[in-house]
Design a protein around this ligand. Sequence first.
Ligand code: PAF
Length: 279
Amino acid sequence: MQIFYSINSLQDFLKSQRKMGRSIGLVPTMGALHKGHLSLIDASKIQNDLTVCSIFVNPTQFNNQQDLAVYPRTLEADCQMLESVNCDVVFSPNAQDIYPTLPNLKFDFGDLERVMEGKFRLGHFNGVGIVVSKLFNIIQPDNAYFGQKDLQQCAIINRLVKDLSYNLKLNVCPTQRETDGLAMSSRNRNLTPEQRKIAPAIYKSLQKAVELLKNKNSSESVKLLIVNQLDNIEGIKVEYFEISDFETLQPINELSEGKTALCIAAFMGTTRLIDNVII
Ligand code: PAF
């Protein structure tokens, strides 16, 4: 596995690989890797000759400076994990290289970002759009891999790829879960042992909501019930729970099989977790 810290050295290497006709898969991450990330590496390795994992904690997508400050940075452990799954290349640039100047450019993804994460984390998707565009431009992958856990991010990047005519295929891979159902996330490591014990209640509530919707309960009643039940658990505070069209991400009143996404964000202390399921 090769590790590159600068854009120039990575690009020289990738140029030589492309000359040999090798296809490139990109797995963009902010590090603090877990098995969910490794499943993206596995998917990329199946479809590409060369897999690049970028590790960059992107300051422009944090609307909360405290969140940025405590975001786990574990490059050495990350590289060991990547080596164990035979990732070919790690790209770990510094902020100065990615942002020699702060961009004036602003992305607005319209209705897609007026809901859920975009509504509660103002400017977040502008930062994601900017850094993902930069990574696509720097690496020019044939395929890029993202996890379904960040469903809204996937929808936004899908739009970005179309709007800017990126010549790559976006691959959305299933959410990986712990055995008790908790969605794998870099933020899970910030949970106290007590919080970790109750965190699976978030996924359980999504499963319960699916059952209620399939039994013809209205979206409104399901939303109320689920939010009340979760908020009654000490240590969990729901920020939003939405029942939406899985492509447009706009709220819907009735279940439409194969097209409905149930999305949730909840705080456990200062740690914010998100999850979703698609019916
Ligand atoms: O999902 C993430 O880890 C980040 O939002 C991404 C896509 C790597 C951009 O910084």
